[in-house]
Ligand binder design. Structure first.
Ligand code: NAP
Ligand code: GLV
Length: 368
């Protein structure tokens, strides 16, 4: 079967000849004044291409996209990707498949990458790419992270909730309710709860935008220098100690890299203001768990809200589950949303097909 490839403003359409005869297609283009633009080969491989006119190209095989996520229902993802990229062949990955152009993945096995060295891009179904960077991925295959895609607002909700819960002492009021006590607590001043955001990237800046509307002093720490409205910014190893010393509520939104692994430890957490609170929503590998337990038990830290863990699911006998100062959630602070994710990836595939640059390409040397 032959396919027509149409590039519109933002999307690529693949139309099988059997469904849309070329003459009808051309008439539709002329009458409806659809702006058919430049056409590029679907793959850098050796698909034979035949020019029909300046705008249209026919070719022998459609684009092939592999999908891998062993923790999700496949069908809705496959159907969504097929609808967003009509004409593309979208298949669940299994060993021994034909060469594909792109893969959409979450935590794939090394075998997928080894068998598909020609992939133009691996699209990660999340923001954090630590699992992909742990694999050997050929240098010519782009690794592309999810850019917000609906995660930013979820993260802002989660962190705002956690901050409010600690600062307004909701746990104490809930305990009082269980005892039937109508008991006031002393009002606390926002100025006494400076918040430090570790990581001022896509999610960190979205969280900052949510928090800036309250009166808590707001700080941020990143690798390179930033200027974020309402946030006192620090950067680099040289800015870390000053940032920590000015912080009482620490929110971790860093990527997990060789530089940031174990960064939440006795030394760094010990530098926070007394009565500090940790809100950890990045990766389990950032936190030295025994150090957190020790600092909570010694009273330097008042509480921790943890969404990510070194072992997930958190083992049933783990001390975090029952610790009175720890709130545990099951890695749900910002979930991957199917429709938003598919729309973003389809848009980026369209851009790559047109030879355009895309956002979210991982810089492997820096690890995120
Ligand atoms: P991002 O846009 O890549 O931002 C990362 C931020 O961390 C940047 O500000 C970066 O600094 C900073 N950073 C990186 N390495 C650093 C270092 N060595 N020292 C200081 N700062 C450093 O990532 P994102 O989209 O905001 O996501 C952040 C992380 O959240 C992800 O990697 C993932 O692990 C986690 N996450 C968790 C969930 C969940 O449900 N729990 C959901 C989504 C994501 P520069 O700005 O200077 O580059
Ligand atoms: C989730 O943890 C993500 O990295 O998107």
């Amino acid at each position: 079967m032959r396919w027509y490839v149409l590039h519109f403003e933002y999307e690529t359409f693949f139309i099988p000849e059997s469904i849309t005869p070329f003459c009808l297609l051309r008439r539709a283009v002329q009458h409806e004044r659809i702006a058919v633009r430049v056409v590029y080969p679907l793959s850098s491989g050796d698909i034979p291409l035949v020019s029909l006119n300046d705008n249209l190209v026919s070719l022998q095989s459609p684009m092939r996209i592999l999908f891998y996520d062993h923790n999700t229902k496949l069908e809705p993802w496959l159907a969504g990707l097929r609808a967003a990229l009509p004409g593309a062949e979208v298949l669940p990955w299994e060993p021994g498949m034909q060469a594909a152009d792109y893969a959409v993945v979450w935590s794939p096995p090394q075998a997928l990458v080894d068998e598909q060295p020609q992939l133009r891009a691996l699209f990660n179904m999340g923001a954090g790419v630590d699992a992909l960077l742990a694999l050997r991925v050929p240098a010519q295959t782009l690794i592309v992270r999810l850019d917000d895609a609906g995660m930013g607002v979820q993260m802002a909700e989660y962190v705002t909730h956690a901050v409010l819960r600690h600062v307004r002492e909701f746990a104490a009021y809930e305990a009082a309710q269980r005892k039937g006590h109508w008991a006031y607590r002393r009002p606390l001043r926002p100025a006494d709860f400076p918040i430090g955001l570790m990581g001022l990237g896509v999610l960190g800046q979205r969280v900052a935008r949510a928090l800036v509307g309250f009166d808590w002093p707001l700080m941020g720490w990143s690798r390179s220098a930033h200027d974020v409205p309402g946030v006192r910014c620090f950067h680099g190893p040289e800015g870390l100690h000053e940032f920590l010393a000015a912080t009482r509520i620490l929110v971790c939104l860093l990527p997990l890299t060789p530089e940031t692994r174990d960064i939440l430890n006795r030394d760094t957490l010990g530098r926070l203001q007394p009565g500090a609170v940790l809100i950890h929503v990045a990766r389990g590998g950032h936190l030295v768990e025994e150090d957190l337990l020790a600092l909570l038990d010694e009273g330097h830290l008042a509480a921790a809200t943890l969404d990510v863990f070194r072992t997930e699911p958190l083992p049933s006998d783990h001390p975090f589950w029952q610790h009175p100062k720890i709130t545990v959630t099951p890695h749900m602070s910002a979930r991957t949303l199917r429709d938003e994710t598919i729309a973003q990836i389809a848009h980026k595939i369209g851009a790559l097909q047109r030879g355009q640059a895309i956002a979210g390409v991982v810089q492997r040397a820096r690890g995120y």
